[in-house]
Design a protein around this ligand. Structure first.
Ligand code: F6P
Length: 334
């Protein structure tokens, strides 16, 4: 093992830099050279890369984003693209490729493995936490905190005006950020893809009923609904408009958007990224391939790459139960 390459791909996530740092420092200790492809798989196709030495990763552990830049690369699904990537990797004498990213990036890694004989190891880097085989993904913990900070601020003004707010969080088609942000902020309701029948969509009657009962019990009060993106046509803005019209009570939308992807990584993300990055290099050194390095119950685990996408990762059922139970005004009427 002489030379490895790393790239960051798909939606960037706080902690990706910490992971790159751990990879570079661990490789250096093992006398392995590291190069970083820039702009995700695009850099692999265009041979856009930079050598990475320990000096290049000083003071990046606390920085959001990724020093290697990121991108989505739709053309990477084509066989010609994977063949070109394989040729580039071979001509550059790369022994192992480390991919930090989410589901789409993992799909790219599996696709590449059909054309390239080198070792491929992936690391879960996405705020969505929608990857099987790991309790958390790099960036998820920071995204929750960012959402919470924003929701706490909205709560202050919501309280002052006794208003209803609908807060849209990211997650693509997974409710991990939504559930954690709702529980952490004490939101009155949460709308998550996992809890909504896709045929029926968002249950407007249930929302209205809950707002009404809450206000009957508590009097006029603020009311916060957290909703995952892509759940309602037109998003939180359209849903807030609909609720405003239907209930004859003002409902304001707040879309948190990309602020959830930025910022300095929280401790959990820095530690996770460091642990997984260091382990990935050791796994590469030991000849492993086609695995994701994840964490289960605070222990680093190796997960066969296809298993990471085989089934939809479930939400923690106990957390779901707690959220629903706290706001079940029929069971707990006062
Ligand atoms: O996968 C991370 C994520 O932030 C999702 O939560 C979101 O749906 C998507 O990326 C947004 O991607 P883009 O920045 O390309 O619009």
């Amino acid at each position: 093992m002489k030379r490895i390459a790393v790239l960051t791909s798909g939606g960037d996530a706080p902690g990706m830099n910490a992971c790159i740092r751990a990879i570079v420092l661990t490789a250096h200790r093992n006398q392995i050279e590291v190069i970083g492809f820039r702009h995700g798989y695009n850099g692999l196709l265009k041979r856009e890369y930079q050598p990475l030495h320990p000096g290049d990763v000083v003071n990046i552990i606390q920085r959001g984003g990724t020093i290697l830049r990121s991108a989505r690369c739709p053309e990477f699904v084509e066989p010609e693209a994977a063949e070109r990537a394989a040729q580039n990797l071979n001509s550059m004498h790369i022994d192992a490729l480390l991919v930090i990213g989410g589901n789409g990036s993992f799909m790219g890694a599996e696709h590449l493995s059909q054309y390239w004989q080198g070792q491929i190891i992936t690391l879960p880097g996405t705020i969505d936490n929608d990857i099987n085989g790991t309790d958390g993904t790099i960036g998820y913990y920071t995204a929750i905190d960012t959402a919470l900070e924003a929701i706490d601020k909205v709560r202050d003004t919501a309280d002052a005006f006794e208003r209803i707010f609908l807060i849209e969080v990211m997650g693509r088609h997974a409710g991990f950020i939504g559930l954690s942000a709702a529980i952490g902020s004490g939101a009155e309701q949460v709308l998550l893809p996992e809890l909504i029948d896709p045929e029926k969509g968002v249950d407007l009657e249930q929302i209205k009923r809950h707002v009404k009962i809450t206000r009957q019990k508590r009097g006029m009060c603020s009311y916060i609904i957290v909703i995952t993106e892509n759940l309602y046509p037109g998003g939180a803005t359209a849903l807030a408009q609909k609720l405003t019209t239907d209930m004859d009570v003002e409902c304001r939308p707040v879309i948190l958007g990309h602020i959830q992807r930025g910022g300095s990584p929280v401790s959990m993300d820095r530690l996770l990224a460091t642990k997984l990055g260091a382990y990935a290099v050791e796994a590469a050194r030991d000849g492993k391939s086609l695995i994701m390095i994840g964490e289960k119950n605070y222990k680093v685990v190796e997960v066969p790459l296809p298993d990471t996408r085989a089934t939809k990762k479930p939400l923690d059922p106990y957390l779901v139960e707690i959220q629903q139970d706290f706001f079940d005004l029929v069971k707990h009427p006062t």
